[in-house]
Design a protein around this ligand. Structure first.
Ligand code: PEP
Length: 252
C-alpha cells in the first residue's frame, strides 16, 4: 500500500511574515491523522525558519532544488547535506521551470537526483511533456527519456524511497489540469517503465500528479489507481485550498 504525498511547491513566493501566517493557518486546522504525507517546499532562504515553525507537526520540509555536487566552489548552490542539515526530508528535482528557464539537462537532473538520494533525502523527480510534444504524440517518448536517464545513472534502486511527479508543462500554472484519464495513462506508463527494471520498486514508487491541482479537482485526480497524491504550486499558498487538497488524498 503506497502512502500518498501532497507536496506544496511555494516557488519564489512568500516573505517571513507571509510564511509565518500560512504555516499558522495550516497548523491550526491540520488533521491529527493526515490522510497523506504532507510537505511544504519554501525558497532556500526560508527553509530553516519554516522548519522551526513546523517542529512537532506532521508537516515535512522540502527544498525546491539541490546542487549535483557535494561541496566546494559552486557559488549560489545549496548541497543535499545542507538541506538535510536544516531539516529537509524531501527535495524537488528537475522541475520544468528549472529545466526550461535554467536549461537543466536530463543528465544534470539525474546527477541532482543521485546527490539527493545519496544523502538520504527523498527526491521528487519531475517529468512531463510540453504541449507541442503532447500534440505530436510524443508524451511517452519525452517522459521515458527523462526517467531513463535517472534510471541509468542511479538504477531502479535510486527510486527505492524516491518519488516521481508527472507534471505536464502545459498544465503548470495555467489553470488547465490534465484530465484524470490523461494523468492515469501517463502514470501507468511511468510505473510500467520502472517495472521493466524492478517490479517491486515500481509497485512501491509514489507517482504524484502536478499541474493546476486545486481543491475542486484533487479528489478525481487522486482517485486514479496510479496517482499517489499531488505536487501543488499556486494552490499550496492558500491554507484552505491546500488543506482541502490534502483531505482529498484520503479514502474517497
Ligand atoms: C508546480 O509548480 O509544480 C505546479 C504544479 O504548479 P501549479 O499547481 O500552480 O500548476
Amino acid at each position: 500500500m503506497r502512502r500518498a504525498i501532497v507536496a506544496g511547491n511555494w516557488k519564489m513566493h512568500g516573505s517571513r511574515a507571509e510564511n509565518a501566517q500560512l504555516i499558522e493557518e495550516l497548523l491550526a486546522r491540520f488533521p491529527a491523522q493526515p490522510p497523506a504525507a504532507c510537505v511544504v517546499c519554501p525558497p532556500f532562504v526560508y527553509l530553516q525558519e519554516v522548519g522551526r515553525l513546523l517542529r512537532g507537526s506532521h508537516l515535512s520540509l522540502g527544498g525546491q532544488d539541490v546542487c549535483a555536487d557535494a561541496q566546494g566552489a559552486f557559488t549560489g548552490e545549496v548541497s543535499a547535506a545542507m538541506l538535510k542539515d536544516v531539516g529537509c526530508e524531501y527535495v524537488i528535482i528537475g522541475h520544468s521551470e528549472r529545466r526550461l528557464l535554467y536549461r537543466e539537462s536530463d543528465q544534470l537532473v539525474a546527477r541532482k537526483f543521485g546527490a539527493a538520494h545519496a544523502r538520504g533525502l527523498v527526491p521528487i523527480l519531475c517529468v512531463g511533456e510540453q504541449l507541442a510534444d503532447r500534440d505530436a504524440g510524443r508524451t511517452h517518448e519525452v517522459v521515458a527519456r527523462q526517467l531513463d536517464v535517472v534510471l541509468e545513472l542511479c538504477g531502479a534502486g535510486g527510486l527505492e524511497q524516491g518519488v516521481v511527479a508527472y507534471e505536464p508543462v502545459w498544465a503548470i500554472g495555467t489553470g488547465r489540469n490534465a484530465t484524470p484519464d490523461q494523468a492515469q495513462e501517463v502514470h501507468a506508463f511511468i510505473r510500467a517503465r520502472i517495472g521493466a527494471r524492478d517490479a517491486r520498486i515500481a509497485a512501491a514508487t509514489r507517482i504524484l500528479y502536478g499541474g493546476s491541482v486545486k481543491a475542486g479537482n484533487a479528489a478525481e485526480l487522486f482517485a486514479m489507481p496510479d496517482v499517489d497524491g499531488g505536487l501543488v504550486g499556486g494552490a499550496s499558498l492558500k491554507a484552505d485550498e491546500f488543506l482541502s487538497i490534502l483531505a482529498a488524498a484520503g479514502p474517497g
